[in-house]
Design a binder for this molecule. Structure first.
Ligand SMILES: Cc1cc2nc3c(=O)[nH]c(=O)nc-3n(C[C@H](O)[C@H](O)[C@H](O)COP(=O)(O)OP(=O)(O)OC[C@H]3O[C@@H](n4cnc5c(N)ncnc54)[C@H](O)[C@@H]3O)c2cc1C
Ligand code: SF4
Length: 338
């Protein structure tokens, strides 16, 4: 029997699913379009809620695919259904005939420059959550001045925003903002830190404690209200105007750094593959699963499965759980078919 399973995307989800499927005896072929494995996890420095290092999570996931055949810097050129099997032609010249294909193509960060009013790419001291992770990891970013005195975080950038075309909540950015605000306070103890939020979505275990700690131990100021305008002063500081919806008063604050909490959207590179075999996408742009409670890992096309952030914003624990659930769904599919 052909026990090939093609896994598309070598982020945390693809790594975990590949490891599980390999253990179950499947012949996994994992492809990653970048030159390294790890997806977005490889770009993060520390993870909420406890602040553990991202590499402490990534390294075991990479170690666990020992024995799995994987190709880096590789894309799908074409994918066609041929008599209950998918014929997948890869950019490295290899053709794989696979009974099951698992999409773990993940997400793209919302392009913050699309929200022109926040000045990303225009003003010197406006960065994104992803830029700040890189700063934490490398200690370098010319946009982060020495000893900033005031730092602001804007929540919901490109999420919950009809104008940006994304009405959904990206789930992880409130917790990321609180984590990053505390990390900045620890690095720059003299800095005043503000978080401009609409609602705080601190739904996971330990998240609420992290939020309380941010207020009590780190003195982070949470201001409920949308930022209406961002501009630059002659001294290259960032002037933020917002409405504090709790006090009902307009507010102006000059900052040395503004961090935009850009949300998650379905990865363009995953959508490209989806279009080759007409995989459905929902209004939010993410792939549509066969069911919304049961069959969460299945596509309505037999033999195609999903896991991770390609079906919606997700935390890492949820992503890894979906990877394992997808492995089980694929195993059941093979057993049903034979
Ligand atoms: C700023 C930020 C901070 C975060 N911090 C945390 C945190 O502290 N804790 C937490 O639990 N979660 C956090 N998350 C969420 C976490 O990053 C995601 O849960 C996780 O990355 C999802 O994994 P994934 O494998 O589904 O997708 P991704 O990480 O996006 O990986 C997808 C992989 O697929 C590859 N790929 C895409 N298309 C193709 C293709 N066509 N062919 C081949 N390969 C392809 C990509 O290159 C990538 O390697 C954070 C998210 C953001 C935005
Ligand atoms: S998690 Fe928070 S910041 Fe992110 S979209 Fe939802 S409410 Fe906004």
């Amino acid at each position: 029997m052909n026990k090939n399973v093609m896994v598309i995307g070598g982020g945390p989800c693809g790594l975990e699913a590949s490891a599980q499927l390999h253990k179950m005896g499947y012949n996994v072929i994992l492809i990653e379009k970048e030159k390294q494995l790890g997806g977005h996890l490889a770009k993060w420095d520390r993870l909420f809620p406890e602040g553990i290092e991202a590499k402490e999570v990534l390294q075991p996931l990479v170690d666990n695919i020992n024995g799995v055949k994987y190709f880096l810097d590789t894309e799908v050129v074409s994918i066609n259904l041929l008599d209950k099997e998918y014929n997948v032609i890869l950019s490295n010249g290899i053709t794989v005939l696979s009974k099951a294909v698992l999409m773990t193509s993940g997400f793209d960060l919302f392009p913050a420059e699309k929200k022109e009013e926040y000045g990303y790419g225009i003003y010197d001291r406006v960065i994104t959550n992803a830029d700040l992770e890189k700063f934490f990891a490398t200690g370098k970013d010319p946009r982060v001045v020495e000893n900033p005195k005031r730092i602001g975080f804007v929540h919901c950038v490109g999420s919950r925003d009809e104008k940006a075309g994304n009405r959904y909540c990206s789930k992880v950015c409130c917790a990321t903002a609180v984590k990053q605000a505390c990390e900045m306070k620890a690095l720059f103890p003299d800095a005043e830190i503000f978080c401009f939020y609409m609602d705080l979505r601190m739904f996971g275990r330990g998240y609420e404690d992290m939020y309380l700690k941010a207020q009590k131990d780190y003195g982070i100021r949470f201001i409920r209200g949308r930022v209406s305008e961002v501009s630059e002063t002659l001294e290259k500081q960032v002037l933020v105007k917002a409405e504090d919806t709790l006090s009902g008063k307009p507010l102006k604050v000059t900052l040395d750094l503004l961090v935009l909490m850009a949300g998650m959207q379905n990865a363009k590179s995953g959508i490209r593959i989806g279009e080759m075999i007409s995989m459905k996408r929902s209004d939010d742009g993410f792939f549509t699963t066969k069911g919304s409670i049961l069959s969460l890992q299945e596509c309505d096309k037999a033999g195609i499965f999903y896991a991770g952030a390609c079906t919606g914003p997700k935390t890492l624990p949820d992503t890894l759980n979906e990877a394992r659930a997808a492995a089980v769904s694929i195993h059941n599919y093979f057993n049903k078919e034979n």
